[in-house]
Design a protein around this ligand. Structure first.
Ligand SMILES: *Cc1c(COP(=O)(O)O)cnc(C)c1O
Length: 222
């Protein structure tokens, strides 16, 4: 077994029984590294750059589920609309509408998560809880039939203060439950909370994450 396969198996054993989905974040790693993870049974991969995603998609086996986890510009949606399985970081109604438009052209429904800005860093993207509530109350999203809103995604602050990380994830979990009962009570697909990376996935799971996005712990440093 290679180092990547050993790390992947250890992580899988740890997640076993939790019901948490593992997105193997493979950005910046060569296709050979993804192939090793694939050969060990991993099928869900996360990428955050459009060109790299498209190159890997054409090179690797077709049964891979590609998740786009990075910040996405509206003009790039068209490049992935035919094959992307889930888009994690939808941060505006404008982007959601463009995903809907491109998915419609491809005759598909694309699963999306709405990104919540919760971290203290200025640079992070996403809706604030208030912006999210406003966007959902305004209702235009309900007319979009080629996107399926499956839940929320967030990134916690990059800090050693684990209590703060707990607080941030908990806040998003509470928001998730709140939004679900207000707007998605009949929508079974609204069930995913994408939170947790290599440094904070254990905290995220303890706060209710259903999907972790883990890169360096599997593939090593970049
Ligand atoms: C790179 C990245 C990850 C994975 O980070 P690691 O610390 O390598 O596990 C998760 N989520 C997003 C949005 C990323 O860009």
């Amino acid at each position: 077994m290679t180092q990547i396969q050993t790390s992947l198996n250890n992580l899988r054993n740890e997640l076993d029984g939790t019901g948490v989905t593992l997105v193997a974040v493979s950005k910046y790693h060569p296709v050979e590294a993804l192939r090793e993870a694939y050969d060990a049974g991993q099928r869900i991969f996360g990428e955050s750059h459009v060109q790299e995603l498209c190159m890997k998609h054409t090179t690797l086996p077709v049964d891979i589920e590609w998740h786009f986890i990075g910040h996405l510009q509206t003009n790039k949606v068209k490049h992935m609309a035919e094959f992307v399985s889930m888009i994690h970081a939808v941060d505006s109604l404008k982007l959601l509408k463009e995903i809907d438009r491109q998915a419609s052209k491809s005759g598909r429904v694309i699963r999306c998560l709405l990104q919540i800005h919760i971290a203290q860093e200025e640079t992070k993207f996403g809706f604030t809880p208030d912006e999210l509530r406003q966007m959902l109350s305004q209702g235009e999203w309900k007319g979009l039939s080629h996107v399926s809103i499956c839940g929320l995604m967030c990134m916690a602050s990059n800090t050693d203060d684990t209590q703060q990380i707990h607080r941030e994830f908990r806040e998003v979990k509470t928001l998730f439950e709140d939004i679900k009962s207000q707007h998605f009570s009949d929508a079974e697909e609204f069930s995913q909370l994408s939170m947790g990376m290599t440094g904070d996935y254990k905290i995220a799971i303890s706060e209710g994450s259903t999907m972790v996005r883990i890169g360096s712990m599997i593939f090593g440093g970049r």
